[in-house]
Design a protein around this ligand. Structure first.
Ligand code: HEC
Ligand code: HEC
Ligand code: HEC
Ligand code: HEC
Ligand code: HEC
Length: 217
């Protein structure tokens, strides 16, 4: 027996245990890392307490984003509208609809509707809506085709690599200021976008930060 199984075999179980441990820990932490929300958040589309439909309100009815997200041009944070904004119309439209029960309740009690937050940077990231919107960056670039979504979903990664892709080449993305809220606008060709984009970058001296402290303050 001792000739068939040499001495080194005695070490095998210990080595195996170590290898299995290493593999196990790597796999688990890998799942943990890539499984945490920021890697799976594209596609995140939580159920909202009221089935508010952007495709209907912003698409079909053609309401401007600023009718509801009124701070988006003037402050770092875009606001979600208060119930009063809804009641501008829904005190006359569909006043009996069960789909609007919570909206009417909120209006009467003053309790805000508990909308579920979808997009959220980590605390260590500095971001400002107004700066982007006022420099010709459309909602479309970061939120996708919201005006066609019945339920808002997290459409773009909003990761550091995503931010930097545009910060390195803003000419590929900036658009005429009057088209920022028109989510259907596209340049006629890639070439037209580049020519126009380069002109904007020059005219408005657009220079998005690439240094770490620009976004991590
Ligand atoms: C009639 C009001 C209204 C209009 C117009 C409107 N929105 Fe909204 N928006 C809301 C409400 C209410 C929510 C929260 C519920 C939800 O997510 O559907 C919201 C949520 C969002 C969110 C997700 C916020 C989060 O939690 O991260 C984005 C992004 C957004 N809207 C973009 C837009 C864009 C872009 C437009 C214009 C094309 C637009 N909205 C037009 C009312 C509106
Ligand atoms: C400019 C007017 C206007 C505003 C502001 C508005 N809505 Fe509407 N909403 C409408 C119209 C028009 C319809 C479609 C009614 C129909 O289909 O006959 C509608 C339909 C709806 C429906 C579907 C109702 C049903 O019975 O199926 C919901 C839910 C709704 N809106 C929620 C909201 C919420 C929440 C807000 C505020 C964030 C809001 N609306 C703001 C005009 C408005
Ligand atoms: C350059 C990318 C970018 C653009 C352009 C942009 N957003 Fe956002 N948006 C974000 C990010 C990132 C967040 C998460 C912000 C946070 O956590 O502070 C966000 C969050 C939001 C929210 C949730 C509330 C908030 O401020 O956190 C709303 C509503 C919203 N955006 C609406 C809009 C609308 C409407 C437009 C166009 C007028 C727009 N956004 C343009 C990147 C963008
Ligand atoms: C599609 C293009 C685009 C995307 C995507 C984008 N940015 Fe920007 N960013 C710009 C432009 C254009 C400016 C304005 C530069 C200027 O004024 O010179 C800017 C400016 C900034 C500034 C400096 C202005 C200030 O408020 O101090 C910060 C910080 C910033 N962006 C953070 C971010 C972060 C974080 C993300 C990702 C979540 C992001 N940006 C995504 C185009 C973009
Ligand atoms: C244009 C904005 C921007 C710039 C410039 C930037 N970052 Fe980031 N960074 C981000 C955003 C946004 C996130 C969050 C990504 C997420 O939520 O997944 C982030 C995340 C990080 C993280 C955490 C990564 C993780 O996986 O947990 C580190 C570390 C980091 N940045 C370091 C840096 C360093 C170092 C620099 C300079 C070389 C830098 N960043 C420049 C936007 C930026």
């Amino acid at each position: 027996m001792s000739k068939i199984f040499s001495k080194s075999v005695n070490k095998l179980p210990a080595q195996l245990v170590i290898i299995l441990l290493v593999v196990g820990v790597t796999t688990v932490s890998g799942f943990y890392y890539y499984g945490t929300p920021r890697y799976t958040r594209v596609g995140y589309a939580p159920n909202q307490p009221v089935a508010f439909d952007h495709a209907l309100h912003a698409g079909q009815l053609g309401l401007d984003c600023r009718y509801c997200h009124s701070h988006v041009e003037s402050s770092a944070h875009a606001n979600v509208p208060s119930t009063n904004t809804c009641m501008n119309c829904h005190n006359q439209i569909r006043t009996e609809s069960p789909a609007l029960e919570l909206v009417r309740q909120s209006y009467e009690t003053g309790e805000p509707i508990p909308w579920v937050r979808i997009h959220q940077n980590p605390d260590y990231v500095y971001f400002n809506h107004a700066v982007h919107v006022n420099r010709g960056v459309s909602c479309y670039e970061c939120h996708g085709q919201i005006n066609e979504m019945e339920v808002v979903r997290h459409d773009r990664p909003l990761s550091m690599a995503f931010c930097l892709e545009c910060h390195r080449h803003p000419e590929k993305f900036v658009r005429p200021h009057e088209e920022v809220f028109n989510l259907n606008w596209r340049a006629e060709s890639e070439r037209e976008q580049l020519e126009r984009g380069l002109r904007s970058v020059q005219d408005y001296r657009i220079a998005p930060p690439l240094n770490c402290s620009g976004c991590h303050q």
